[in-house]
Write a protein that binds this ligand. Structure first.
Ligand code: DHB
Length: 391
């Protein structure tokens, strides 16, 4: 089997890369160990930057996100029992759209298949070889048990945070991993209830952070900061609601309760691998970097990577020029690090550190006060939350 670009991973990065390459007349094959049902059925967050929505629309897959995505013109930061709105529209003229990741994946898969694109779901034993030569190969076992060999000119490593492609960049000779662990995690619940607020609420409280988000008019997504060693078994529904009410308390908000139908604990870390390429392998999305969820940047960063990568690959196939490909890391990384900084900043401003003192809590409140009082402070937050333009 032969193609121009072999793509490992059918997540947002891999599928969007295949889609953007197709629009440039470049062929690809996407491989994933998961089935289509698993990929489309894994419910994930989805706060789409304006850039992401614009790129979806401009590349012909924007109909559903425009129809059913919910446009949010601001968020609320809560501290000292009061809400403070960050008005994206007024401050930046831009907005974000709440549209879960699996919906983006459904749109991409449908478009790829209707464009005649090849996605091999449910494959196993994927091995990428010869990335430093001119003709890398990807060996895998197809879902019917057949051994296959895919020959390609370039490889996209888009296989998420448990990537098998990243380790192909030799460490420490070539690859440096920058890693930060946080001393807390998010306990997330899905609730059958109407929204408690029109916009997302990010709440700072001495008991820890809480976030009120949404999935649809009928399903709400709420989070509590917990210890990373905590277990969902320690959290009865009553305890969850009590803690949410405490952390999001105030006269100006009323939490709407309902049956909790999913509980899970999410890991929390920051990670960047440099460089994001080696030979003919190019990493994109979570394979190359992870952000803590507070800034809602994960999927947007994956989409920004492949926007840059598709352009560079396009130049390579059109003219044989490798300049843009050679500088992929240099082009993509500054945005990655800005998103790392923003995600770390939101995280450290809003969460309670385990050993934090009264001084630390007051300092955090003062920081939130400084940011929300000042138009410059609100603008800085808003610009980063809605995302700086891709093009
Ligand atoms: C959600 C997740 C986030 O990380 C965030 O910042 C906002 C919302 C969510 O799951 O809805």
């Amino acid at each position: 089997m032969q193609t121009q670009v072999g793509i490992v991973g059918a997540g947002p990065a891999g599928l969007m890369l295949a889609h953007l390459l197709h629009l440039r007349g470049i062929e690809s094959v996407v491989l994933d160990t998961r089935t289509r049902e698993e990929i489309e059925g894994t419910i994930r967050a989805g706060i789409l930057e304006q850039n992401t929505v614009d790129l979806m629309a401009d590349s012909g897959i924007g109909d559903r996100v425009k129809q059913v995505g919910s446009v949010h013109h601001g968020i609320e930061l809560r501290f000292d029992g009061r809400g403070h709105r960050i008005d994206f529209e007024e401050l930046t003229g831009r907005a974000v759209t709440v549209y879960p990741q699996h919906e983006v994946l459904k749109d991409l898969i449908e478009q790829r298949l209707s464009d005649g694109g090849e996605i091999r779901f449910g494959v196993s034993d994927v091995r990428v070889e010869d990335i430093t030569g001119d003709t890398p190969t990807i060996r895998f076992t197809d879902n019917d048990g057949t051994e296959e060999v895919l020959h390609c000119a370039l490889v996209g490593g888009c296989d998420g945070s448990r990537t098998q492609t990243r380790p192909l960049i030799p460490s420490p000779d070539v690859r440096q991993d920058h890693f930060r662990q946080y001393p807390f995690a998010w306990f997330g619940i899905l609730v059958e209830a109407p929204p408690s607020s029109e916009e997302l609420i990010y709440a700072h409280h001495e008991n820890g952070f809480a976030l009120i988000s949404t999935r649809s008019p009928e399903v709400q997504r709420l989070y509590l900061q917990v210890d990373p060693e905590d277990s969902v078994d320690n959290w009865s529904d009553d305890r969850i609601w009590n803690e949410l009410h405490t952390r999001v308390a105030g006269d100006d908000v009323e939490l709407k309760e309902g049956p909790i139908f999913q509980k899970s604990i999410l890991p929390f870390r920051s990670f960047v691998c440099e460089p994001m390429q080696h030979g003919r392998l190019f990493l994109a999305g979570d394979a190359a970097h992870t952000v803590p969820p507070t800034g809602a940047k994960g999927m947007n960063l994956a989409i920004a990577d492949v926007y840059i990568l598709a352009r560079a690959m396009g130049e390579f196939f059109e003219s044989g020029e490798t300049t843009a490909l050679d500088s992929y890391t240099a082009t993509a990384l500054p945005r990655v690090w800005r998103a790392q900084h923003f995600s770390w900043w939101m995280t450290s401003m809003l969460h309670r550190m385990p050993q934090s003192s009264g001084f630390d809590l007051k300092r955090q409140t003062a920081e939130l006060d400084t940011v929300t009082r000042s138009r410059a402070g609100r603008t800085l937050l808003a610009e980063n939350y809605v995302g700086t333009p891709l093009y």
